[in-house]
Every structure is written in C-alpha cells, then in structure tokens.
Design a protein around this ligand. Structure first.
Ligand SMILES: [Fe+2]
Length: 258
C-alpha cells in the first residue's frame, strides 16, 4: 500500500498517524508510570510548585532521550505526506502534559488557542499530539472543527496575566502560560469536539486549528506529549522564536540534530 492510499484526512485536517510499532510509546509509558507512581505522588508536598518541578524533570528526561526524534521516526511517512513531501524541521523539545483531575486545581491546562497566539513563525506549524496514559473522552484535548480556516483578524483576544505561572518557572517550562490569551469572539467555542486518538497513534493537525481546554474531568492524571513541526520553506528564520524556554535550544531543529 502506498502513502496515498494509507492516509485519509478528515474534514478538519486532523490525521491520526499510526506508529510503526509500540516501542517508543511503551518506553514513554514506562517512564511516566515509574515517575508518577502513587507512592511518588504522595511524597510531594502539597504545594503546587513541587508537582511541576517533578514534571519538568521528567520532561527533561524524555527530551534527553530524544523522544521527539523517536516519535517522528515512528510516523515519518505520514508526516512526510502531511507536509507534501517538503523537508521539515522539528521542535527541539517536547512538552509532557500531566494534567491532574480538575477538583481543586486551577490553571492546569491551556485554554483555547492556535499556535500563532504564542509565537511568531507558528502560523505554519503543525501539531503532533500523542496520548500516553489515561486519556479519555472526559479529559482529552478538544478542538473546534474547521477552525483552522478562520482568519486571524476575525478572532478577538483578551490578554491575561497568570496568577500561578511565572515566566521561566517550572510551570512555564512544562508549557503552562504566564500570559494566556482568551478568545472573546470570532470562534464558536460551543462547537468543540473531543480529540479521540486511536491507541498507537499520534494526532497530526494544523497549528491554526483552535484547540485546548483539555481540562481533566476524569479521575486519573492524564498524560500526553506534544511538539510541533514546520516545513523548512515556511520557517522564517528572522521571525523565529530563537530559543525554547524549557531548554535554551533553538525552537526548531533538523530532524537528525534534536
Ligand atoms: Fe497548542
């Protein structure tokens, strides 16, 4: 079967890319299971920072072990087709999301957004979102179907300042926002759908698709990892976010240099 027969994009251009085997996913699952065991979780003091400090350390471990590269390798043919066989760059670091159930927790997940809200050069980025453990319809990432076609200037935003996430803090390094933006008009947020990714797959979708709101309404911590890729031809070096906040590395790198 060739690539063209294999891939069917749905109406909102979300593609579920099947990993060639489960090795990478199972390795990440083993690390997460070990690092977030019940005994480890109860050992954290009740303050909020210690949880995100630990999460940042585990995220660092995954990045040291080059899991962006490994996931990309697992789904390379699909990514290659998604970018129309253009050469592409990959984000140097992944984010590990470990979203706790929402009871008594605030600012645990990111609100509705498209990638360009939070960085120059991101309007052409492509998201790669991979469920790891305990992802259900009650805590998965949500999206607004077809919203990738809404022009930026139709979307009205309100800037906020986070109460909990300081720039450069562990919370910030695991992807929580110190200056989140709220969509106040231009997108019908009532039309959201849960992103239900089949086992053994990563979800690949436009950075312009409005997504987020992955509040955890289930009972266990929900784990996923995500990063972005971008076609080399779309990467504007002069507008690029030079360094990734979590690592000090360039935000996008060549596939073989992450
Ligand atoms: Fe995002």
């Amino acid at each position: 079967m060739n690539h063209f027969n294999k891939i069917v994009l749905d109406s909102s251009s979300i593609h579920f890319a099947k990993h060639s085997n489960l090795k990478t996913l199972n390795e990440i699952r083993a690390i997460v299971t070990n690092q977030f065991s019940d005994s480890k979780l109860t050992s954290f003091p009740k303050d909020k920072e210690s949880y995100h400090n630990h999460l940042r350390e585990v995220q660092d471990e995954l990045n040291k072990k080059e899991y962006v590269h490994k996931i990309v390798t697992q789904i390379f043919d699909d990514l290659n087709q998604y970018v129309d066989y253009e050469e592409f760059l990959i984000q140097s670091n992944l984010y590990l999301r470990a979203t706790r159930p929402q009871i008594n927790i605030t600012e645990e997940a990111i609100g509705w957004h498209r990638e360009s809200f939070y960085g120059p050069n991101m309007e052409d980025s492509i998201n790669v979102w991979t469920p790891i453990l305990n992802v259900t319809e009650f805590n998965t990432l949500r999206y607004i179907p077809d919203s990738q076609t809404i022009p930026d200037d139709k979307i009205k935003l309100k800037s906020q300042v986070s109460d909990l996430t300081k720039k450069g803090s562990d919370r910030n390094k695991v992807g929580l926002l110190y200056a989140p933006k709220e969509i106040v008009s231009g997108v019908d947020l009532n039309k959201s759908e849960p992103m239900l990714v089949p086992e053994g797959c990563s979800s690949v979708f436009s950075g312009n698709l409005i997504h987020g709101a992955a509040t955890n309404y289930d009972e266990k911590i929900r784990f996923s990892v995500d990063f972005r890729i971008i076609a080399k031809k779309d990467y504007k070096i002069e507008a690029a976010k030079t360094f990734h906040a979590a690592s000090g590395k360039p935000y996008f790198v060549e596939l073989n240099k992450c």
